[in-house]
Design a protein around this ligand. Structure first.
Ligand code: SOE
Length: 404
């Protein structure tokens, strides 16, 4: 192990220097990121050619299987060895949050670019140290990005464009929720996502982090303060047997304590005066991956639902009242973000394409030595909002300003 065992696909792309990726983690997010690295250079004309150089996981057999399945050229079982390899340019961190800081700091110190899954870390302190290291590394030409992939849905990118163009005018309301239902069954086992020491928090960090980032990205503002409620509905769950993959797991005899929130609700203020509401839960029976956001401004409104991700609803408040109303924009056209490189007009995309777009944008940032978006500074700021939500919830919803 340690040396490439085969040429990974795409290494011979004419005239393009390689960007040799080493990925830590091979479960759900590892598979999603693999799709991104595999496809980005085939669809988009990139300045560098992403090469799936090495995948890393503690279980050698499982990591080898993931390498074969997703086209990675070699396998490591110790992330420290991966990070030190001379033939790796970028380290992609797809592990649970408790290892993000250690891996990212080592990778930046070793001169690598870094992509880190969300939330950036499990605590503000960890995230702050990562942000500092990323800033120093940026001065050396290294880049560090956090994986808030929902910025890369063409419809959300279009929404941002329309906000910047002033189509909504001054914003008054931001209404966001991220609803899933995979914890409704009280016998669903106690996987790492339900343990504070591994995941940092529950629905809040897993789903809330996405909608905080998306709301701040779309508005172009950072939240000023929050009032929050959190709840853990099922406090004890069966222990899982063996490895868990993605959101699936098998339970065994014995139970353990759930140490994270099951749901988080909070209201918030933006500095401009706009009011926001957020809801993150894994108990919304029947809602599978319903990330919804609505923006109401003086001139118009926009609404998006991830379960209908090729659509954006727009109400143009400047139209004559008798004809005005929400209309559906089918975000499948070449002049929409990312879509000129894909299929003929009218042909939609899905969840996995957000990871392709993420890889595309990161490759451009690396080639240009430019600070990518979302940066580790953005990830740190989201971490501060998460901490403020927890603090407010502990104090029975007391309004808690976000530390700057
Ligand atoms: C599970 O809740 C999960 O996979 C999250 O961890 C991801 O970040 C989100 O994109 C989909 O749901």
């Amino acid at each position: 192990m340690g040396q490439p065992q085969q040429q990974s696909e795409g290494t011979e792309e004419a005239g393009k220097p390689p960007l040799r990726v080493g990925m830590v983690g091979y479960a759900f997010m590892g598979a999603a990121h693999s799709q991104g690295w595999r496809t980005a250079g085939r669809v988009f004309d990139l300045p560098l050619n992403p090469v799936r150089a090495a995948i890393c996981g503690r279980d050698a057999t499982a990591a080898r299987a993931a390498a074969d399945r997703h086209g990675w050229a070699s396998v490591e079982t110790d992330w420290r060895a991966l990070v030190e390899r001379d033939d790796i340019d970028l380290v992609d961190i797809c592990t649970p949050g408790d290892s993000h800081a250690e891996i990212a700091l080592a990778a930046l110190a070793a001169g690598k670019h870094v992509l880190c899954e969300k939330p950036l870390a499990n605590t503000v302190e960890e995230a702050a140290s990562m942000e500092r290291a990323a800033e120093e590394a940026q001065a050396r030409g290294q880049v560090a990005m956090v994986g808030f992939n929902y910025r890369r849905v063409p419809a959300t990118a279009l929404a941002r464009r329309m906000v910047v163009e002033g189509r909504l005018g001054r914003l008054r309301h931001v209404r966001v929720s991220y609803l899933q239902d995979w914890l409704v069954d009280p016998d669903f086992p106690l996987t790492w996502r339900l343990r504070r020491e591994q995941a940092g928090s529950g629905s809040l960090g897993d789903l809330g982090a996405h909608i905080i980032d998306l709301a701040q990205y779309l508005t172009g503002e950072r939240l000023a303060g929050v009032s929050a409620l959190t709840e853990t509905f099922v406090r004890e769950r069966p222990l899982p047997t063996g490895a868990t993959s993605g959101l699936a797991a098998v339970s065994s005899a014995g139970t353990g304590q759930v140490t994270v929130d099951d749901a988080a609700l909070f209201t918030a203020r933006f500095p401009s005066g706009a009011l926001a509401s957020f809801e993150a839960t894994r108990y919304a029976t029947g809602r599978k991956n319903a990330l919804r956001i609505e923006l109401n401004g003086e001139r118009g409104s926009l609404a998006f639902d991830l379960e209908r991700l090729n659509e954006l609803s727009f109400h143009d408040g400047t139209e004559p009242g008798a004809e005005a109303g929400f209309r559906r924009i089918l975000v499948t056209e070449p002049d929409h973000p990312y879509l000129d490189a894909w299929w003929p007009p009218g042909h939609g995309l899905g969840y996995e394409h957000t990871f392709v777009h993420q890889a595309r944008d990161l490759v451009h940032a690396v080639a240009e030595g430019r600070r990518p978006e979302p940066s580790f500074a953005d990830g740190l700021q989201v971490q501060r909002v998460l901490a403020a939500v927890e603090e407010s919830a502990e104090k029975n919803s007391v309004y808690t300003p976000i530390a700057v």
